[in-house]
Ligand binder design. Structure first.
Ligand code: FUC
Length: 835
């Protein structure tokens, strides 16, 4: 470790960067550790490689490792033509809204325009390692997760023998490996067994693997959908495609012990060291192929991964894993100096540390740990392709970690906020590659979305609603009439996702990606939207029907209503898509006619409004909301992740602030996470920090709540229940406090809270292709290094004029700060200091 730190210090010195070596985050600070095994799932430690996911409990007598494979979902390709009458209701809905303001009628009619629910993300199985210590209690116990190495370990002493288990999930080898050892020769005696909640069987292969083969259901209903008499889990689909097959293989290898494998498990006797390997695969063959009749050969795949890994052995697999993982993780370090002296909290086990933090302890190290844990989770749950290993799907509501047959909200892709939120940290925290699974999946979704646009609305282009899955479900869910339009009938999923395509370009400046992948899909989303917009009596372009996820307003005619016209979120998302496309077509020098059309249409969009209480108006009229503290703050899309509301639009900026003040800080984990980002964009670091504190509030409550939030003992975000989006939004929010570039200017430390007096962050990325290292003291920038990755000019906004090493530059007064344009050659770095 010392060597690694030295190396980082050396490279900083070479680049002329003089932040002390302490800038490099100490690996020791990057760990979760506990003094006892996990009793509950939310205490277990997650490891994964974007394919295989595992939750490690660290039990003494019995180790439980709960397993997932990221492509293992119920169901098959999206069924088409499920509601042929849908489009015929659209004119009636529009008439009810635009002519008679009958929001209740519109609501009822929309139920007739629903399709099927999404499928569910499945658990794969459990791996158990059972010792027979005859009830002897350990004299010492310790378990941890090194998030900078992606290694989970358990160490304990029983009857004078120290037992160690180290577990990793390698991406390059697509294999899970566990190294078990005992301090005294021949003391390892245990049984390995495996099971699954899905239909499965076990057998022994020729090379003595324990092989678990099974099948996912053809359909699983969401956990909240339970109509009487309906079977929620269905294995046989007589009308279409049967479910996905899966297989995992376990092989134990020991130099000195005896290993006997049968179909009921693997018995290990008198060993000093044992390596357990686990490979896994499914028959998933893409979103549009039946995973049963047209599936991949999961047997050959899981056998292949195992056969490639075995001859390498544990040490080589571990070295390759460390090299691969660190190549992503080490790109960013983040350190907040503890200005109060030695912080005792750093010596506490992570659960105790979180409890102490929740009571108000000053412990900036736990905040930087939370930040890095989000990056750890993204690298572990969302992976691009590697040689011989295909890309995984995007991280779902629970990343890749789920133990339930009917997980909360199907553990699906909820695209009215949650899936997008998962990827907010991707670009800025230097993990562009981890964004790729989402960007690829959007391509799939655009295909099913084109069918949905045609079938459900008779429209061109593509559309997606609030829920999706690995199959790219894009219809409004609800089992043809049972969904509530307040969530089911929301039409902006495609347009919002397109923001990710454009942002990937803005950060990476990858024009080929923009031209070949992003632009065509964005354009088709806009083509749907142009079809979808209608003119209101005042000549504005509006969406009708429209909802503001998932909030209700008081209907002036009585009761509560969800459906109306031109909600602020709809218009803000459309504005964002149109403006991105206008910019994209300019960058590509293409499509002038379409660009001009979008420019003209954009001008006619229903305007943003400020309500009578001074807030940004959520609906097209100043309706009163039924829940003032509602967790969704959809109408602030233009503040974040959009950028139309900023200091450049002072009235809306103030209205956005007022909106958040009234909405308050209560909410679910993800809601608090979003609010961190909002307050960062409002340049109020202290309020953002207040929400970090709330997001990191210790909780062990797994029961669902819409006013909860918090962090579980294993640092997973609590909606509650567990939802990974809050983790990602927390990481993204902290990054947003440290650097912003959404207005095409780089602003360093835009929302630094008083609690982060002194610190350093390195490796953050900003739009137009720059990488930044920033250091500050007493809450003020002291020095920054800007590395150009694309050779674009860098427009830097600072509060004081700056000096740049080796460059004659001039900072010009602009607004309440200074703007300096730096021309840095591609690949070169400059050091910036306040004058
Ligand atoms: C939306 C949110 C819920 C939850 C679910 C997965 O419906 O309103 O709070 O996060 O998605």
């Amino acid at each position: 470790m010392k060597i690694a730190l030295k190396r980082i210090a050396l490279s900083l010195a070479i680049s002329g960067w003089c932040i002390p070596a302490v800038a490099a985050q100490k690996a020791d600070s990057l760990k979760l550790w506990y003094a006892q095994p996990a009793n509950e799932w939310i205490e277990a430690l997650p490891v994964g490689n974007g394919h295989i996911g595992a939750m490690v409990f660290g039990g003494v007598e019995e180790e439980l490792i709960q397993l997932n494979e990221s492509t293992l979902w119920s169901g098959g390709p999206v069924k088409t033509n499920v509601n042929p009458g849908s489009a015929s209701y659209l004119p009636q809905v529009r008439k009810a809204l635009l002519e008679s303001q009958d929001y209740q009628l519109a609501n009822e009619l929309l139920k007739k325009m629903q399709g099927l629910y999404t499928e569910s993300y499945m658990p794969m199985g459990d791996l158990k390692i059972t010792h027979d210590f005859k009830g002897a209690k350990p004299s010492r116990y310790y378990r941890d997760l090194l998030i900078g190495n992606a290694l989970a370990s358990t160490v304990f002493t029983v009857n004078g023998v120290e037992y160690k288990r180290e577990i990793l999930v390698s991406a390059p080898d697509n294999i899970l490996a566990i190294r078990l050892s005992a301090s005294k020769a021949g003391q390892l005696n245990f049984k390995v067994s495996a099971c699954s909640k899905l239909r499965y069987q076990t057998e022994v292969s020729k090379i003595k693997e324990l092989v678990v083969s099974g099948k996912a259901p053809a359909h699983v209903d969401p956990n909240y959908y339970n109509p009487p008499g309906r079977q929620p889990i269905v294995y046989e689909d007589t009308t279409g495609c049967n479910g996905m097959r899966f297989q995992f293989r376990i092989k134990a290898v020991s130099k000195d012990g005896e290993v006997v494998t049968s179909s009921s498990g693997i018995q290990v006797k008198d060993a000093s060291e044992v390596i357990i390997y686990l490979s896994a695969a499914t028959s998933f063959n893409g979103f549009d192929k039946c995973p049963d009749s047209d599936g991949k050969d999961e047997k050959a795949l899981s056998a292949g991964f195992m056969q490639k890994a075995l001859p390498k052995g544990y040490n080589l697999i571990k070295n390759n894993h460390l090299k691969d993982f660190k190549s992503f993780f080490n790109r960013v370090s983040f350190n907040i100096e503890d200005t109060t002296g030695v912080n005792q909290n750093t010596f506490l086990p992570s659960d105790e540390r979180l409890k102490s933090y929740s009571k108000g302890a000053y412990d900036p190290g736990s905040e930087t740990l939370y930040f890095q844990f989000g990056r750890y989770l993204l690298i572990s749950s969302s992976r691009p392709a590697l040689p011989g290993v295909p890309a995984g799907p995007p991280a779902n509501l629970q990343g890749i970690w789920n133990k339930e047959m009917r997980p909360p909200w199907s553990s699906n892709y909820t695209i009215n906020i949650n899936t997008q939120m998962n990827y907010w940290p991707a670009e800025v925290t230097n993990l562009s590659e981890m964004h790729e699974p989402l960007l690829a999946w959007i391509q799939d979704l655009s295909k099913t979305g084109a069918t949905t646009a045609k079938e459900f609305y008779g429209a061109k282009g593509w559309v997606a609603h609030h829920n999706s899955d690995i199959w790219g479900q894009s219809n409004p869910v609800g089992n043809v009439g049972d969904g509530d339009p307040v969530w089911a009938n929301w039409f902006m999923g495609a347009d919002w996702l397109c923001q990710h395509l454009w942002e990937h370009y803005r950060f990476t400046q990858d024009k080929d990606f923009l031209k070949d992948k992003a632009y065509p899909v964005m354009k088709q989303a806009a083509i749907f939207t142009l079809d979808w917009l209608v003119e209101d009596p005042d000549g504005y372009l509006v969406t009708a029907p429209a909802t503001s996820p998932e909030n209700l307003f008081k209907d002036p005619k009585g009761g509560e209503a969800a459906v109306s016209i031109a909600t602020t979120m709809d218009i803000s998302i459309i504005d964002d898509l149109f403006s991105s496309l206008i910019d994209a077509s300019q960058v590509l020098g293409t499509d002038a006619e379409f660009r001009n059309l979008l420019i003209a249409k954009r001008k006619k969009l229903y305007p943003l409004k400020i309500d009578k209480r001074g807030r940004l108006q959520e609906w097209f009229k100043d309706f009163e909301e039924t829940d003032t503290l509602h967790r969704h703050v959809s109408h602030l899309f233009a503040l974040h992740p959009g950028h139309r509301i900023s200091t450049e639009t002072p009235e809306f900026f103030e209205a956005a602030k007022k909106t958040l003040e009234v909405r308050g800080d209560v909410g679910t984990g993800w809601s608090k996470g979003w609010k961190i980002n909002f307050w960062a964009r409002l340049l109020d670091g202290d309020h953002a920090y207040k929400l970090i504190r709330q997001l990191m509030q210790y909780t062990d409550n797994s029961k669902g709540s819409s006013r909860g939030g918090g962090t579980y003992p294993n640092f997973f975000d609590a909606h509650p229940p567990f939802q990974i989006d809050g983790n990602f939004a927390g990481t993204a929010g902290m990054a947003e406090m440290l650097v912003q570039s959404h207005l095409s200017e780089v602003v360093m430390l835009p929302a630094l809270p008083a609690a982060w007096k002194q610190g350093q962050v390195s490796g953050l990325k900003v739009r137009s292709g720059f990488e930044l290292d920033i250091a500050w003291k007493a809450g003020k920038l002291t020095e920054a290094r800007i590395k150009s990755l694309s050779g674009q000019p860098c427009r830097l906004r600072t509060s004081v004029p700056i000096a740049v090493s080796g460059m004659q530059i001039k900072s010009t007064k602009a607004g309440n700060g200074y703007v300096t344009t730096l021309n840095i050659n591609k690949g070169a770095s400059v050091v910036v200091r306040p004058q």
